[in-house]
Design a protein around this ligand. Structure first.
Ligand code: ZN
Ligand code: ZN
Length: 318
């Protein structure tokens, strides 16, 4: 078994340059990259350098629906006569792209309103959400946790998206965006379909901690990473942010998620507004589930604390 080959594709997103992986002996490509000409050329070049012709690709595995990972999947599958694989929860957003995108934009607009994001900021987001050059629809093979594709096991790791999957071989764990070497993956704004996304994300970290033992961690952006260190830092990041969010609620009269995000992160526009408000809402919803914050069901939703001080050493993981 030869090692997976990392192919840097695209100019990168706020998360950094994307990494596509080629497992030549299995005929597998993981996360082929964003739908740009430049990435397409880098991908074809990388597959060839990995020692297989493009026609030798049989399975295209995608960790989650975001365009910087899934964008070239259908194009590569069509060129290679290969199949595209995703977890069942994320598959429709790629396989039924145009229809699901319309639904997503409508849902995002409703949820941003619920978070209290002002109209002028919501507009900057819709303006910048451009249609990706990917097919309206495409057949996808859907999977659940534990399925195997060419001997690679699907590990469902939701949080960043609902159907986020990591892929596992005996030697390697392909992480997608569940953990990143230089950046904490967004939770809350990156997929608005999840209830209590932080609970799901923290449970996924627990799962990753177990399955990563003895394996090399390969992220969807950047190079081979120290998984245990990233898990520790991720937990600490969310613990601090939950406490900071609590403190804002304690010091403010019934703030919205947007007001909390503004307090924590300052001025935000476009995708940053969605990520920031989503991140604040995810933390407050976790604290609500833990019973130390109350959600006031109004339009927009507001929060208030039910205790005076943040409990020290509080465990956020369900
Ligand atoms: Zn992502
Ligand atoms: Zn990404």
């Amino acid at each position: 078994m030869s090692d997976p080959i990392r192919v840097p594709v695209g100019k990168g997103t706020p998360e950094g340059v994307n990494s596509a992986y080629v497992c030549p002996d299995r005929g597998v490509v993981i996360d082929p990259g964003p739908p740009t000409t430049e990435s397409w050329e880098a991908l074809l070049d990388g597959i060839e350098r990995a020692g297989i012709p493009v026609q030798g690709v049989e399975h295209v595995l995608v960790t989650h629906w975001h365009a910087d990972h899934a964008g070239l999947a259908c194009r590569l599958a069509e060129r290679a006569n290969a199949s595209v694989h995703l977890h069942a929860d994320d598959a429709p957003l790629v396989g039924d792209y145009t229809h699901e995108r319309t639904k997503r934009l409508r849902r995002d607009a409703r949820i941003l309103e619920e978070w209290g994001v002002p109209e002028r900021v919501r507009e900057t987001l819709t303006d910048r959400d451009i249609l990706s050059p990917i097919p309206d629809s495409y057949p996808i093979k859907t999977h659940d946790d534990g399925d195997k594709i060419a001997g690679i096991e699907v590990i469902h790791t939701p949080g960043h998206t609902k159907g986020h999957a990591s892929f596992m071989t005996n030697e390697t764990l392909f992480l997608g965006d569940v953990l990143l070497p230089t950046y904490t993956p967004n939770v809350g704004g990156s997929d608005t379909r999840l209830d209590d996304p932080l609970a799901k994300y923290l449970s996924s970290l627990q799962r990753i901690e177990i399955v990563a033992k003895g394996r090399t961690g390969e992220p969807g952006h950047g190079t081979t990473m120290d998984v245990d260190k990233a898990i520790r830092e991720g937990r600490e990041h969310h613990r601090r942010r939950a406490e900071a969010g609590f403190d804002v609620v304690a010091a403010t009269y019934e703030p919205t998620a947007w007001a909390i995000a503004r307090d924590l992160f300052g001025e935000m526009n476009g995708i940053h507004a969605k990520f920031g408000a989503g991140e604040a809402a995810a933390h407050l919803d976790r604290l609500t589930a833990l019973g130390i914050v109350e959600r006031i069901e109004a339009s927009p939703v507001r929060y208030r604390t039910v205790i005076d001080d943040y409990p020290s050493g509080m465990n956020l993981t369900p």
